[in-house]
Ligand binder design. Structure first.
Ligand code: TPP
Length: 579
């Protein structure tokens, strides 16, 4: 039987069918749904971990204990999990361990465009790259088999288009062989130098064995498809789909389902058959570099970009020199930049910061949108957790101005990697003010629970970290809680933190307005007779407010009655009720 699956959903189905028992992940677009779908299978122990390093280590521990295990993350998450990954490649596994990483060419929702294939090469870990949902399901099952066959973690790499597109995949029953026996084996699992030296030799031999396996087609993971031999295309993942659609039978294809390690003879033989060979791959010249290293002349990044996503039309244009007619829709889609939602609690906090005219060390989450105009209140954004540590660095460099800057960080991001920065502030004593924007959820990635929310991945009650107690426990005595819907209180709370001696934590607490459990006030309207067209209410950048015929208007279908705008209106023109 076949079913229509989102790529991420198909991976989850693959986990189920492969008898995977433990899933531990940290959310990150475009990987998040894999774990959400996995959590729907009662047979799988699923969890949101505090960060990707923890998730990867949980999966490692489960695999060593004998359970097929899995963790998922977005590309930048693999930076966080790189430490356990590189050494888990040395120890190998007991039961299969699979790591999913989802890259985001085009940066639909990421701060950079890194190519995770380099991690496979760097950590010497086998990497598979599916091109549609059927392959997502199949490769997930194969990844567990290969993990056990070669005694290695196996990485599955997706890109946004594969993770978030739907296509059909055949389904099968779950096969769970139970827990594999664990045998104590320090030479294998205790990576001190004496043992690791021996394991490095094993890893290098493993790669040679894997290359030999890939030369033979890797049981159908690497496939050759001969049509016209004028054009040869070496490709993988979504680029294979684009190439097929753009070039059809005008080209022959070498599709690499296993992108690390790469075969040598298979590529040489394919290239020898074709007149001109193109490498089609988004992001870096990863396959292209390998081809050049083994002496194959190919056209790659000379003709195609290192940036953004590819498409059928781009490939048709470059290789065939013509437009791909089937892709012309004639529809011009208006770009819609992201904004803080109507009723978002982060809005009031940023407005208060604007009034206080502080420098803001920013972080990653919905609140990054505080950088957009008209708020424009973020000075730096680097990676998760960096707001807190970078603020400490700023204040260490310029202590005289320490109380003119703050860090902003969400609840999930604080737990992910902000808490270590806060410990550093307390320990190495800078006068830093850290604002935790506690909206009781991981908002940016679509409402995942986290260790502060009091619920687990299934929405069941769970232990909740007390941010106040945590801040005090690491040595921050001055902890202030404010409600960002109350502008005066918020401004006052931050001002107090800035004026007091020593470091402080301000918790800006108000649940995300989109949470189902949140009750909203009635929508607001502008009384046109009282509106003086001063546009003060526009200064908070609420998408529900606009100007019409010289007066402010509130779209009642968007307004959640947060009342932040009414606190700005000196003329009392904003009232309850539909306009
Ligand atoms: C290392 C890493 N992992 C995951 C992500 C994806 N991501 C972006 S923001 C975010 C969490 C945001 O939640 P929170 O800090 O609670 O702020 P909110 O969006 O709710 O305001 C996540 C998981 C990322 N950018 N980097």
């Amino acid at each position: 039987m076949k079913k229509l699956f989102l790529g991420n959903e198909a991976v989850a189905r693959g986990l189920y069918e492969a008898g995977c028992r433990v899933v531990s992940s940290y959310p990150g677009t475009p990987s998040t749904e894999v774990t959400e779908f996995a959590a729907a299978y009662d047979e799988i122990f699923s969890e949101w971990a505090p960060n990707e390093k923890v998730a990867c280590e949980v999966a490692f521990g489960a695999a060593v204990a004998g359970a097929r295990s899995f963790c998922a993350m977005k590309h930048v998450g693999l930076n966080v999990a790189a430490d356990p990954l590189f050494t888990a490649s040395y120890t190998g596994v007991n039961a299969g361990m699979v790591i999913l990483v989802a890259d985001d060419p085009g940066m639909h929702s990421s701060q950079n465009e890194q190519d995770s294939r380099h991690y496979a090469m760097g950590s010497k870990t086998m990497m598979l790259e599916p091109a549609d949902s059927a392959e997502c399901l199949d490769y997930t099952k194969r990844a567990f088999e290969l993990s056990e066959k070669f005694d290695t973690p196996v990485i599955i790499r997706l890109t946004t288009r594969v993770a978030h597109s739907r296509s059909t995949a055949p389904i099968a029953d779950r096969v769970d062989n139970g827990l594999k026996e664990y045998t104590k084996n320090p030479q294998k699992y205790v990576m001190v130098p004496a043992n690791a030296k021996g394991k490095h030799v094993v890893v290098e031999q493993r790669i040679l064995d894997q290359i030999a396996y890939c030369e033979e087609g890797a049981d159908g993971l690497n496939t050759v498809e001969y049509n016209s031999k004028k054009i040869g295309v070496i490709t993988s993942g979504i680029c294979y789909q684009y190439a097929k659609e753009a070039l059809g039978e005008n080209a022959s294809y070498l599709k690499l389902g296993c992108v690390y390690p790469l075969p040598v003879d298979l590529i040489k033989n394919f290239a020898a058959e074709c007149e001109t060979v193109y490498v089609l791959e988004e992001l870096d010249d990863y396959i292209e570099t390998h081809c050049r290293k083994i002496g194959i002349e190919v056209i790659g990044k000379d003709a195609f970009t290192l940036q953004g996503e590819y498409s059928q039309s781009m490939i048709a244009k470059v290789i065939l020199g013509k437009e791909n007619e089937c892709l012309k829709s004639g529809v011009n889609i208006v770009p819609r930049p992201p904004v803080l939602c109507a009723g978002c609690p982060h809005r009031g906090l940023f407005y208060a910061l604007k009034q206080l005219n502080v420098t803001v060390s920013g972080d990653i989450g919905c609140y990054t949108l505080g950088a957009s105009q008209p708020l424009g209140m973020i000075d730096t954004v680097l990676c998760m957790g960096a707001s807190v540590s970078a603020l400490h660095g700023r204040n260490a460099a310029d202590p005289a101005n320490a109380k003119k800057s703050v860090a902003v960080i969400g609840d999930s991001t604080f737990i992910h990697s902000g808490v270590t920065g806060l410990i550093n502030i307390a320990y190495n004593a800078t006068d830093s003010v850290v604002i935790i924007l506690d909206n009781s959820i991981t908002g940016m990635t679509g409402h995942q629970q986290n260790p502060t929310t009091g619920k687990n991945i299934k929405g069941e009650p769970a232990n909740a970290v007390s941010l106040e107690a945590l801040a005090k426990a690491v040595g921050i005595q001055n902890v202030i809680v404010v409600d960002p819907y109350n502008l005066a209180e918020t401004k006052e709370g931050i001002k107090n933190a800035l004026e007091a001696d020593g470091p402080a934590v301000v918790i800006s607490r108000r649940p995300c307005a989109l949470l189902k459990t949140v009750k909203h006030n009635p929508p607001l309207k502008v009384n046109p007779d009282k509106c003086k067209s001063c546009k003060m209410c526009m200064k908070i950048g609420c998408p529900a407010i606009s100007m019409k015929d010289g007066k402010a208007v509130i779209d009642f279908t968007q307004c959640l009655g947060c009342n932040v705008c009414s606190q700005l209106c000196k003329f009392g023109a904003i009232e309850e009720g539909k306009a």
